[in-house]
Design a protein around this ligand. Structure first.
Ligand code: MG
Length: 370
């Protein structure tokens, strides 16, 4: 007889972070709030999931907790956890939107499936194309001098990719930071992320100044909704443009690829709703000739394990990832999972997501449970 889902527990946790992050859309200091999900089955299997909603992108931790408990839980209880596509169809039917909540429950189902098969998730997805994902670190500390020192120390440690958050401190200050970074580490793979920070009117002239520092790409220069401006910028610049906020799910990407609004895309499980939609996004991107990048909101080790397994299985993920929260930003995470060595993220090797949960940290960081 098939197994059935008999428990779904969700907790809102608050996790302290090491340094403040200021990046245009929603500054973060002191703590991040996340949702940790545990799905249990009648046969005793257990899967873990995580949502890291961030209000500028959509939901809050509170709305995500309510979505899981009030709507996704009743839609999932009693269902066969092995039929992940069917379970997620139930979730989509029960609740529109809420990609963060859906991503959390979907990765918990994959965790159960992988543990049952005794295979890491990446093996269930076809096996690893890359053994490790090059790691990008974001330069977003309001104290730029501290970030510059951090970048130099990280370079010595093997990190090669740095992404500067621009568009919130003024153009002159952006140029000063880019110049200082380029001078300090001339061989770095430098990327620039505006987080929607420019107005369309003068964006091309502003970005031409930034091109002088030879960034690998410029991410989301103008706001979501200004896709005609994205397309004009992409056509005007020599530097590739990355779509982040302009592309949440597959429908955005299909339209965006047809309208040539960018040259590459940041895939985030929290924008698109899980591993299934992320793979659809990546397939559309590959078809359009857009390489993919592993973006994040504020996920820790559970959700980033899921994303790392998914991207490691993709030949189209050639721009690396920014999965540094558990190792470089959180004071303490609820799970041990991905690790960083020589500037690249390594997958956990255990079955399923491979995240080893620390119940004591979950208890300590819990603010609300349901
Ligand atoms: Mg971004």
């Amino acid at each position: 007889m098939n197994d059935t889902i008999d428990a779904i527990e969700a907790r809102l946790i608050e996790s302290p972070i090491r340094s403040a992050r200021s990046q245009g859309s929603g500054a973060v200091s002191r703590m991040v709030r996340r949702i940790i999900v545990r799905i249990g089955t009648r046969d005793g299997a257990e899967g873990w999931g995580e949502a890291a909603p961030w209000a500028p992108f959509g939901n809050t931790a509170e709305t995500t907790l309510v979505a899981i408990v009030s709507t996704l839980r009743p839609a999932l209880l009693g269902g066969d956890p092995a039929l992940i596509g069917a379970r997620m169809a139930d979730c989509d039917k029960a609740l529109a939107n809420h990609p963060e909540a859906k991503a959390a429950v979907e990765m918990a189902l994959w965790d159960i499936a992988g543990k049952r098969a005794n295979l890491p998730l990446v093996a269930m997805l076809g096996g690893a194309v890359q053994a490790a994902l090059p790691l990008s670190f974001s330069i977003a500390d309001p104290d730029f001098a501290a970030d510059l020192d951090r970048a130099k120390a990280m370079w010595a440690d093997g990190h090669r990719i740095f992404k500067v958050k621009t568009g919130f401190a003024g153009h002159a200050e952006d140029l000063r930071r880019l110049e200082a970074l380029r001078a300090a580490l001339p061989l770095m793979d430098l990327r620039v992320d505006y987080n929607q920070g420019l107005a369309p009117m003068d964006a091309i002239r502003t970005l031409r100044d930034v091109e002088a520092f030879k960034p690998t790409f410029i991410e989301q220069p103008v706001p979501r909704g200004q896709e005609a401006a994205m397309a004009a910028i992409t056509a005007a610049l020599d530097t590739p443009v990355m779509a982040d906020e302009s592309v949440y799910g597959p429908a955005d990407l299909l339209r965006g690829a047809q309208d040539r609004i960018a040259d590459c895309v940041s895939i985030k499980l929290m924008k698109c709703g899980g591993i299934g939609p992320a793979r659809t996004l990546d397939a559309i991107a590959a078809t359009a000739g857009w390489p993919s990048y592993g973006g994040t909101l504020w996920e820790g080790g559970i959700a980033l394990a899921a994303a790392a397994h998914m991207l490691a299985a993709s030949p189209n993920n050639t721009l690396g990832c920014e999965f540094y929260m558990p190792t470089l930003a959180l004071v303490e995470d609820v799970a041990t999972s991905i690790t960083v060595a020589n500037g690249a993220v390594r997958l956990p090797t255990g079955p399923g997501l491979g995240a080893v949960i620390d119940p004591a940290v979950i208890r300590k960081q819990t603010v609300a449970d349901a």
